[in-house]
Design a protein around this ligand. Structure first.
Ligand code: KIV
Ligand code: ZN
Length: 521
């Protein structure tokens, strides 16, 4: 690979998915992995197999699909973790084991209670074991940016001697600043004698809002792999955002003299896919993928744009996959146009799923004149769980009064076609609707979070609701969409109830959900 080529290592499914509220089901992870392959990332870190059986299964399922990129799994420096990663990733033609251990004084003293030499022995042993299993081994000294420089160089030298092929330098707590990180990378380049034998990598967190800037400082100083996530999701303030770092390298190619292999026209669809799955929507003014990123409101800007786009626009919306107009379909659009747009948005549905989503689209087109990308995403996200039964929402009637509890009446249709009605009171209309659903399904959920997002624009926009609920000690996330936001919330809860009931039937309650009970690092 040319020295100008930056490898993009995507950790949306590991560091991103580990963040609260971002857990994904197995089928959601597979959908994201396929989208990352279409985006042409070089490496997908698919998870941390030792964290839970669910993580192991997800990494294995992604590796077995063999989408194209290298599939990587994370391991602590112990044989159990390393062997689990190997078992999970070996199905992919290209696979990698990523081992890490913390090296900073703070972590050595307070977390690991290990001396410097012990940490080096542990890193060397782990890298050697991983190299016995695979040819591609990455080593990360966690909290590298707060580690003494000379000790960091010692650890990195030892890991390379032991067989590491990539060495990744994490700014685990988002503490460094660009000039300091530039110094750190130049120090390693000058003081690690075998540094040319490996790919040097960077992994930044965004606690001070500098993850992208710090990653760019690292590549200017010699790093050739960037670890990042879609929409910058991740622990606390998140990780380096893939779309921002990739577009910075591309837009300022004359400055950096570097390139990535990313198909940038897939950036926006991939961002939308991840936000609709996780319910974490980037702010409107987020660079590259925010809804306002290419909107020019000020009159003086609009005038300039009409004269020549380059007056105020440094990237074209179509370069990142934003259609010139996001108004895509209407009442008379056919199944082909519908399916083609879904594929462009990163959804690969089978015929049955397309037909089901198309029926929902037609129903929506009767209520709403213009259908936007956001509406299509909401339809697809909503169509899956709720309409796979056992219960389907036939009708919902809600009454609210100031100073009195709200009341809701629902009618659900069971698999055998039987209609069951019930009603309940609640503090508000959503609580009343959920309680009425609980009376029919016999499941009691505890609502932990209710997020409402407008799927598109205009007064008749659909409300897209993501709920996080607890049931039997586990956390579940559900999606629902409707032009009526109470109905959207009820659909989101019904989706979860259906999933729990299907899981109970298979005797594996919760197995189809993001797993909240795993260990994280
Ligand atoms: O932030 C971090 O240090 C990590 C490592 C495991 C690479 O995520
Ligand atoms: Zn991290």
């Amino acid at each position: 690979m040319s020295d100008k080529r930056i490898r993009i290592f995507d950790t949306t499914l590991r560091d991103g998915e580990q963040a609260p509220g971002c857990s994904m089901t197995l089928s959601e992870k597979l959908r994201v992995a396929r989208a990352l392959a279409d985006l042409n990332v070089d490496i997908i870190e698919a998870g941390f197999p030792a964290a839970s059986p669910g993580d192991f299964e997800a990494v294995k399922a992604i590796a077995d699909e063999n989408f194209g990129p290298t599939i990587c799994g994370l391991a602590r420096c112990n044989a159990g973790d390393i062997e689990k990663v190997y078992e999970a990733v070996k199905g992919a033609d290209k696979h990698r084991i990523h081992v890490f251990v913390a090296t900073s004084a703070i972590h050595r003293e307070h977390k690991l209670k290990m001396a410097k030499e012990e940490i080096i022995r542990s890193a060397v042993g782990a890298v050697r074991l991983a190299r016995e299993l695979v040819d591609d081994v990455e080593f990360s000294p966690e909290d590298a940016s707060r580690t003494e420089l000379s000790y960091l160089a010692e650890v990195v030298t030892a890991a390379i001697e032991a067989g590491a092929t990539t060495v990744n330098i994490p700014d685990t707590v988002g503490y460094t600043v660009p000039a300091e990180f530039d110094r750190l990378f130049r120090y390693l380049v000058d003081n690690v004698p075998n540094i040319d034998d490996i790919t040097l990598s960077v992994h930044c967190h965004d606690d001070l809002g500098m993850a992208v800037a710090n990653s760019l400082a690292a590549v200017s100083a010699g790093a050739r792999q960037i670890e990042c996530t879609i929409n910058g999701i991740g622990e606390r303030a998140g990780n380096c955002s893939l779309e921002e770092v990739v577009m910075a390298i591309r837009t300022r190619a004359e400055f950096f003299g570097l390139e990535t292999g990313i198909d940038t026209t897939r950036l926006y669809p991939t961002s939308r896919l991840v936000s609709s799955i996780t319910g974490m929507h980037p702010p409107r003014n987020k660079a590259i993928v925010g809804e306002n990123a290419f909107a020019h409101e000020a009159g003086i800007h609009q005038h300039g744009m009409l004269q020549h786009a380059s007056t105020y626009e440094i990237m074209r919306p179509e370069d990142v996959g934003i259609a010139k107009s996001s108004l895509v379909l209407g009442k008379h659009s056919g199944r082909h146009a519908f399916r083609d747009r879904l594929v462009e948005l990163g959804f690969e549905l089978d015929d049955f799923e397309v037909n089901r989503a198309f029926q929902e689209f037609k129903k929506l087109a009767d209520k709403k004149k213009d259908i936007y990308d956001g509406d299509l995403e909401a339809i697809v996200m909503n169509a899956g769980g709720a309409s796979s039964g056992p219960w389907t929402l036939k009708s919902l009637e809600v009454q609210t009064h100031t100073d009195q509890p709200a009341t809701a009446a629902v009618t659900l249709i069971g698999e055998d076609g039987r209609e069951v009605e019930d009603s309940a009171h609640g503090d508000g209309p959503v609580a009343a609707a959920v309680q009425a659903l609980e009376r029919v399904t016999g499941l009691e959920l505890t609502l932990r979070n209710f997020e409402l997002h407008s799927a598109s624009i205009g007064e008749d926009a659909q409300g897209e609701v993501t709920v996080t609920v607890a049931y039997d000690g586990q956390s579940f996330r559900g999606h629902g969409a409707s032009v009526d936001i109470v109905e959207a919330g009820a659909r989101a809860c019904l989706e979860v109830m259906n999933r729990i009931l299907r899981g109970q039937r298979r005797g594996v309650a919760g197995s189809d959900t993001g797993d909240s009970s795993r260990a994280t690092i």
